[in-house]
Design a protein around this ligand. Sequence first.
Ligand SMILES: [Fe+2]
Ligand SMILES: [Fe+2]
Length: 293
Amino acid sequence: MDPKINKALAAPQYNGPLCLGSRTDPGVKMINILFVGDINGKTGRKALGALLPKLIREKSIDFIIANGENSAGGFGITEKTFEELLSFGIHAITLGNHVYDKKEIIPALDADGRLLRPANLPEGNPGKGSGIYTIEKNGKKINIGVISLLGRVFMNQVDDPFRTADRIIKEMQGKAAVIIVDMHAEATSEKLALGFYLDGRVSAVLGTHTHVQTADERVFAGGTAYMTDAGMTGPHDSVIGVKKEIIIRKFLTAMPEKFELAETDVHLNAAIISVDETTGKSTSIERINIRYE
Ligand SMILES: [Fe+2]
Ligand SMILES: [Fe+2]
């Protein structure tokens, strides 16, 4: 983040309904983290690139996490789309069930710490499932841990996301007070249960994968911000990103179809969490849904 930009910004305002405490409490050092829901194809990348600078300025964003599992044509991520997302100022890119759709990304999964695959995939799989990132704010270095997890309900079976989270949180103790979890899962129950399970131990549990943003953002009693799904950054005149006519036909005929991405009604879907950088507790979460074109 350019420090000159940060300096010029006014104190952020939060008007959401579910806010415990304030971003501007004296003596409390807050950081603002933007978490972007599944970026879908070219239109999603274009919208993100166009809308991010203003969002970063207006909301005093210090750190950005984005789910990039659909950033390359809706399926997986390539070196090119990874580089493009990084050029927008994103610090960490999480993935999901589409992690290996584009095989060319496998070397980068091993080599680049800014790219995370779900941590609870089989042991020995390419890539890593968590990372610690250092930002500087007001001359102070702050470590932020990010964990990528995959759900198991109505999805392919993987290792236990709950116990995987336990293990990584333990490893991060003393290294990062702020920890953000991307829970990439289908079932609301599994995401909510994980959110409560980790309450007080991580700064936020944010869901991805369904591509439909939920309106249940809140901060739990222990200081963990939660939202069942951050939504999709991509074309919303679609069935979760794909041209709606194709998906309707598939339901009507039960025949195989070639998926094509939709291109209209493009939105940026995200959440902004304010976290006390010393305790790692969140004080607020704000739902973001901006129409691009
Ligand atoms: Fe997705
Ligand atoms: Fe997914």
